[in-house]
Write a protein that binds this ligand. Structure first.
Ligand SMILES: *Cc1c(COP(=O)(O)O)cnc(C)c1O
Length: 420
């Protein structure tokens, strides 16, 4: 499947049955809008692809998007959760996930956080020997798994590759067996093994290599007398961000990866942790054109969403497809840079995009904004966090109110002496 695209009606973009200009008028901009049905379909696609072959749990890596309503939709679908902080664990409990559906995977975890996470009763996936020793004190007998460093990396950029040798994540391969034995000695109950190679990979091959490494380790651990209940291959399934880019073949990935475990091990349950794949193309970002500028060598479409709202282009040089939702399908006239209101040259959403001649007030639509969009947004330049909307069956509902400027001051203190 290529990148998801949308229909045009009367020259305007229609998203999940809704006119994007109407949505922008009603909820204001910038604003993230999510298609509930697409979210559900994405979950079902992954679950179906893998459950044909093995007992499967799909744990949504919720750092991609932690809106409570989105969490709730996935909870209804039967998803589990991959959480990376106590804040995420609590958000998922609040959204209705039971603790046994949640797995916590931290890195460089503080003892205070480890205690809080252990108290919630969620499964803990250990990242280091020190974390193991501390958990054995805090919660004797706890079922655990370990994140291992597979020595394989994959991802859309260097900053998001996590599984390479020497990475800050996990237990190095040559220390794995001794670590499982030590966990038993300490009175913990090791029942699983986990790896995560990176984010946004577009080919099946690294996942198969990862499965081979995990299989070998499962067998070594088995020979040492510990049989594991599950293998967790992490997340990282990429999605197409460009119109003619192909989607990774999920069916092929499922068949090849499960085959490695079935042929080589006796582990019968697989867990996956997709973040991006579940939420990315379910959401668009609406941002209004505030100003059109001809800078001589370049033409700019100035918009009200900067890297405070969507940081991926500025941070990773990520490509997001952008269209003019108010003139959708109209003839393109020139190349434009689309840039936001933040006082930095690095603040842009897209470079050199061929688009129709814009007018101030047009609604620009940023595609594939559901993953690492709102969840990485900030208050930089003292701009309030934006609204989020959920669309279902031709109805739109607010799922996050736009923040008020004043709310940014609520935890700040001017010492009394400075006011005298
Ligand atoms: C970020 C992360 C994921 C999800 O990555 P995606 O690329 O969004 O699928 C899964 N597991 C762990 C441990 C992660 O840190």
């Amino acid at each position: 499947m290529p990148m998801r695209d949308f229909d045009s009606k009367d020259g305007r973009m229609v998203f999940a049955g809704m006119d994007v200009v109407d949505l922008a008028d009603r909820f204001g901009t910038p604003c993230y809008v999510t298609d509930e049905q697409r979210l559900r379909e994405n979950y079902r696609n992954v679950y179906k692809a893998f459950s044909r072959y093995m007992e499967t749990e799909v744990h949504y890596a919720c750092k991609a998007n932690t809106n409570l309503a989105i969490l709730r939709v996935l909870q209804q679908e039967g998803a589990g959760i991959d959480a990376v902080s106590i804040g995420e664990v609590k958000a998922c409990l609040k959204a209705g996930f039971s603790p046994d559906k949640i797995m916590y995977t931290g890195v460089f975890v503080s003892t205070e956080e480890l205690k809080q996470v252990a108290e919630t009763g969620v499964m803990i996936n250990l990242d280091s020997v020190s974390e193991m020793e501390r958990l054995a004190q805090i919660k004797p007998g706890a079922p655990v798994s370990f994140r291992i460093t597979p020595g394989i990396g994959s991802g859309h950029g260097a900053k998001v590759i996590t599984g390479n040798k020497g990475a800050k994540f996990g237990i190095p391969k040559d220390k794995v067996v001794e670590t499982y034995l030590r966990a038993q000695d300490l009175g913990l109950n090791p029942i699983g093994i986990h790896a995560h190679i990176g984010s946004g990979g577009q080919s099946v091959e690294p996942f198969v290599e990862e499965a081979e490494v995990l299989s070998e380790l499962i067998n070594q651990i088995g020979e040492a007398g510990i049989d594991l209940e599950f293998v967790d291959i992490g997340g990282g399934i990429g999605v197409p961000y460009k119109p003619n880019e192909d989607e990774m073949d999920l069916g092929q990935m499922a068949s090849e990866v499960t085959d490695v475990f079935e042929q080589n091990t006796n582990v019968r349950k697989i867990i996956l942790e997709p973040g991006r794949y579940l939420v990315c193309d379910a959401t668009i970002l609406l941002t209004r054109c505030t100003d059109v500028k001809d800078a001589g060598t370049k033409k700019y479409i100035g918009v009200d969403a900067g890297f405070n709202t969507l940081i991926r282009p500025a941070m990773y040089d990520s490509f997001h497809y952008i269209q003019n939702g108010s003139k959708f399908g109209k003839a393109c006239t020139a190349k434009f840079d689309i840039a936001g209101p933040i006082c930095e040259t690095g603040d842009y959403l897209g470079h050199d995009r061929v688009l129709p001649e814009p007018d101030e007030g047009d609604v620009m639509v940023v595609y594939n904004a559901g993953a690492y969009g709102f969840s990485m947004s900030s208050n930089y330049n003292s701009r309030p966090l934006c609204a989020e909307v959920l669309v279902n069956n031709g109805e739109a509902e607010l799922i996050r109110e736009k923040e008020q400027v004043e709310e940014q001051w609520r935890h700040q203190i001017i010492p009394e002496r400075l006011l005298r």
